[in-house]
Design a binder for this molecule. Sequence first.
Ligand SMILES: [Zn+2]
Ligand SMILES: [Zn+2]
Length: 187
Amino acid sequence: MKSITTLDLQYAHRFYGFKGEAQYLHGHTGKLTIEVEDTINKGVNMVFPCNEIKKTAWNILQNFDHALILREDDPLLPAILAVYEEQGIKNGHPQNCMKGEAFHTELARAYPDCRLVVTKETMTVEGMIKIVYDLLKDKLNISKLTFTSGANAASEEYDVRKSMDRCPMCGIALDENGTCPKCGYKK
Ligand SMILES: [Zn+2]
Ligand SMILES: [Zn+2]
């Protein structure tokens, strides 16, 4: 069975070098759907609490929200960083508090202090699915990701081979010691 959750990400990007309108900087509200597959946890009669899927994903993915996403070789990158620097907002600002956990993978690197994500590949909907799976695959049993942005949509399905130990009282994943980080239940 699956538990499914959806979250919105508002971002600006462009397809650097693309022959079309998308080579100009523009924005979207992207919708990400995360499907998590496992056995039914009998204690709570659910696969995984959807608000917990959302919390786990949002902790990292809020780096993409109200953010600028640029490819590493895009010349806009140094230009924008120079403006942020001059304005004194490159290394953070007191009103920039919706910051996610900084990450650095092979595909993307987040700079939460200036709400920027630098990607290795062009950030198409397909590119976003690759980045998101890489960031969340060890935290959630993801069986499918769907990302839609404007008229574009893509999805990918994954094999889920392992079952996660979950708390029978509140449904969330147990830590490496078999303890529930929320209610303290021990396996
Ligand atoms: Zn776009
Ligand atoms: Zn618990």
